[in-house]
Ligand binder design. Structure first.
Ligand code: NAD
Ligand code: MG
Length: 389
């Protein structure tokens, strides 16, 4: 029986994780759940899974949830704040930690789980983009197990050799759906609304990653994620636009073989894979029906209409401070776009400006990471403030 902590339980990945766990009550129990502010959903999840701990961001929200749980005799202890997240992530009684908080807010608890030697199921790509070497070193020195949840990285993980992970590997091919605006002319991109941007053609996800998929920043963050996870230089990672999202990614070998992982676009597949690894578990996802699949298409990404992919590659080449700036500027830009303060095409413009101000080199401590994060957010916010719509 493995005990699981879910950071970001009320989000898209969190809900899918609980769905898989509920299918295997003999294998998994829930140790702790966290949410930012969604008390109702966290309350329902606590009733269903009876975790030892629940964590909310604000103290008053935690008190409300504690009172609700008391009324229905659920003994879950409710905690509040950032330190409580690291507490449930590193607790000796938890075996697996699903890192599914969105954005920089997930870095500290995800790193705490790695430092405590847990099996870390990594959905929160922003944490790895921000902390790269520091995070991978923590995994290594604590003997943590790092299993990718991002469908592309999970696919690559499945396609790599099981023994010597790099033997014969020539390239990693990261597939990208291309997002909802793949076929749009440049002129139309300026008028994109938040509602259009969050409507992903193939996947149902949180708002932030949906906008990232529309700008292709998601793929940019994922190329950086792949460099760290698989210890590969950027030159050996290629983005292939594949609008059907049936192939989740591929590995090219030196003998001319290409291995791919295919499936319906449902995050329960990579989640079940990472929970059960090295065993395969039923996930609730139907296998592909090849007689229903009309076709599989492939294209090169268009870096002119979608400059975020280029910006991410440039940031990775420039070093750790630049990838922190990239992520921070992107988080602020996406939020401002969702709030209708800036337009869709302002997202890469803002990021490019903030990137130019990043320190050179790579930070070696969490403190310096958060200083760069804060400076870049301030620069982004002042750009947004000065921008006339
Ligand atoms: P979401 O917005 O649906 O959920 C985010 C979760 O994090 C929620 O539980 C929310 O309460 C919590 N949260 C948000 N801000 C927080 C804060 N400041 N402090 C503490 N908790 C906070 O997002 P999602 O789509 O589930 O994505 C989560 C992560 O997984 C992201 O990093 C995303 O890039 C990654 N990911 C998601 C998918 C997907 O299909 N949804 C696929 C691959 C990777
Ligand atoms: Mg992905």
């Amino acid at each position: 029986m493995k005990s699981v902590t879910i950071l970001g339980a009320t989000g898209s990945i969190g809900v899918s994780t609980l769905d898989v766990i509920a299918q295997h009550p003999e294998r998994f129990k829930v140790f702790a759940l966290s949410a930012s502010q969604n008390i109702e959903r966290l309350f329902a999840q606590c009733q269903a899974f009876k975790p030892r701990y629940a964590v909310l961001t604000q103290v008053n929200a935690a008190e409300q949830l504690q009172a609700l749980l008391k009324q229905v005799d659920i003994p879950t202890e409710v905690l509040a704040g950032e330190e409580a997240l690291s507490f449930i992530a590193a607790h000796p009684d938890t075996d697996y930690v699903m890192a599914a908080i969105v954005g920089a807010a997930g870095l500290r608890p995800t790193l705490a789980a790695a430092q405590a030697g847990k099996r870390v199921l990594l959905a929160n790509k922003e944490a790895l983009v921000m902390s790269g070497q520091l995070f991978m070193d923590a995994v290594q020195s604590a003997g943590a197990e790092l299993l990718p949840i991002d469908s592309e990285h999970n696919a690559i993980f499945q396609c790599l050799p099981t023994q010597n992970r790099q033997q014969g590997v020539q390239k990693l091919l990261l597939t990208a759906s291309g997002g909802p605006f793949r076929t749009w002319e440049q002129e139309r991109l300026a008028s994109i609304t938040p509602a259009q941007a969050v409507a992903h053609p193939n996947w149902s996800m949180g708002k932030k990653i949906s906008v990232d998929s529309a700008t292709l920043m998601n793929k940019g963050l994922e190329t950086i994620e792949a460099c760290w996870l698989f210890n590969m230089p950027m030159e050996q990672i290629e983005v292939v636009v594949h609008p059907q999202s049936t192939i989740h990614s591929m590995v090219t070998y030196c003998d001319g073989s290409v291995l791919a992982q295919l499936g319906n676009p449902d995050m329960r597949t990579p989640i079940a894979y990472a929970l059960g690894y090295p065993e395969r578990l039923p996930s609730g996802v139907e296998p592909l029906d090849f007689f229903q699949l009309a076709r599989l298409d492939f294209e090169r990404p268009d870096l002119v209409r979608f400059p975020c992919l280029r910006l991410a590659a440039e940031a990775h080449q420039a070093g750790g401070y630049a990838t922190i700036a990239l992520n921070a500027a992107n988080e602020e830009a996406v939020q401002a776009f969702l709030n209708q303060q800036i337009g869709f095409l302002d997202i890469p413009r803002l990021i490019e400006q903030v990137l130019a101000q990043a320190c050179s080199g790579t930070p070696t401590t969490l403190e310096t990471i958060f200083i760069q994060d804060k400076d870049s957010r301030e620069a982004a916010l002042s750009w947004i403030k000065n921008k006339k719509m």
